[in-house]
Design a protein around this ligand. Structure first.
Ligand SMILES: [Fe+2]
Length: 401
């Protein structure tokens, strides 16, 4: 009870703190094969030596070659660091920082998924003062003198929005995943290249898209007073997923829909930066970590019960979103918000989501409640859930009610 009151009392704090962080304002280049433009972009900025960071899988698939060739065609030195793993450790990121220092990098190009993006944020911070071990930066906030090295981000998945978020999740020296907000992060350019996702497995496409949708949706439900432009981006994020994910389910090679999904993910990243996530993420992080469920799939399982629990208090936001998506006229808030949730259920069913999350075990509830409580203090939700409410919601997710 005491912890519930504490969480309720300080719930506005994350939303206030995030507003104090200066956000990067990258330019954007979009299009199939558009990573070939990185050389021109770097040449125009005057960069001389680029560290191209990617993961072992993308390296093996040769996706980095167009980037490297494009840089070399402009006479820019390109050093490839391809050791990023799915859960990057301090040692890997330290090696990345050493590689940046070794080649005298004046820019880092990040090509990959969320792990590559987040690793590069820490590398770009640490490379400013390479005498520090990267562990020096792995605290709640990584404070950099001035700005990080300039980063150009080329995401290979359309979901996390990590190409523009200021947060980085990596394993610390104890091997524990921890989240760091990089203050002074200098993402100068984002390249959204649908060629990178066109051959992705269906499950990756689907659950990444649902993750993106959840970022926009949770941003709109947060109690953080965003500006109109950020609200519009969050609504557009949700709308783009509703419009384009069904297209991709039928036609995975639809380039236009792939490109739109990248834009949705990017707007979702903006939602995380400006409005934060919320309880859907607190539940999904905890359930996903305990039962090794991919993030987007865990989000899908938790989304409906958790959003419905906030329906009364967030009816206006849901009704406006429903109207924006073209599901209702918004005049009757109750009907419009109910319609939105029905549409969300339909979309998740189309994605093939099972009715219940059978991995969850009732005997783990005590641990899960603690994990969800702890994660929830990173957000500013409109409603603070009691432990009893969290247990009831876990029951609903487990039983598919
Ligand atoms: Fe997420």
């Amino acid at each position: 009870m005491a912890f519930y009151l504490l969480r309720k009392t300080i719930k506005d704090l994350p939303g206030v703190v995030i507003k104090a962080v200066t956000l990067p304002e990258p330019e954007m280049t979009e299009g199939f094969g558009s990573r070939e433009k990185v050389g021109e972009i770097c040449a125009a900025a005057g960069y001389k030596s680029v560290l191209l960071v990617t993961d072992t899988t993308l390296y093996g698939l040769g996706f980095y070659k167009k980037v490297a060739d494009s840089l070399e065609a402009q006479g820019i030195k390109c050093t490839v660091f391809s050791d990023i793993a799915s859960e990057p450790t301090v040692d890997i990121i330290e090696a990345g920082k050493e590689a940046a220092a070794g080649c005298g990098a004046d820019c880092i190009v990040a090509l990959g998924g969320g792990s590559v993006m987040d690793s590069c944020k820490i590398i770009a911070a640490a490379a400013r003062e390479p005498h520090h071990h990267v562990q020096h930066y792995l605290h709640k906030f990584a404070i950099v003198k001035g700005k990080t090295l300039p980063l150009i981000t080329i995401p290979s998945t359309a979901g996390t929005g990590a190409e523009c978020t200021v947060g980085a999740v990596v394993k610390n020296a104890e091997g524990v995943k921890s989240s760091t907000v990089v203050v002074g992060l200098d993402v100068v350019h984002v390249i959204l290249d649908s060629e990178l996702t066109v051959g992705a497995p269906r499950s990756v496409t689907v659950w990444c898209a649902i993750d993106a949708l959840s970022h926009g949706l949770e941003g709109l439900l947060a109690d953080v007073k965003p500006n109109e432009e950020d609200i519009k981006k969050s609504r557009e994020c949700v709308k783009l997923v509703f419009e384009n994910l069904p297209v991709l389910l039928d036609d995975p090679h639809n380039i236009e829909a792939r490109q739109k999904m990248f834009l949705a993910a990017n707007y979702g990243g903006n939602a995380i930066n400006t409005q934060l996530a919320g309880y859907v993420h607190a539940f999904a992080h905890s359930v996903g970590a305990l039962y090794h469920i991919p993030h987007g799939k865990a989000i899908a399982h938790c989304m409906i019960p958790v959003v419905e629990e906030q329906k009364e208090i967030c009816r206006k936001q849901l009704a406006e979103l429903s109207a924006y998506c073209g599901f209702a006229d918004g005049a009757d808030e109750q009907a419009a918000s109910d319609t939105f949730i029905s549409k969300l259920k339909e979309l998740l069913a189309q994605c093939g989501l099972e009715d219940r999350c059978e991995a969850i075990k009732e005997e783990d509830y005590k641990q899960l409640v603690q994990m969800i409580d702890a994660d929830s203090i990173n957000y500013s939700p409109s409603k603070t859930f009691s432990d009893g409410e969290i247990r009831r919601l876990l029951d609903m997710i487990r039983k598919g009610e």
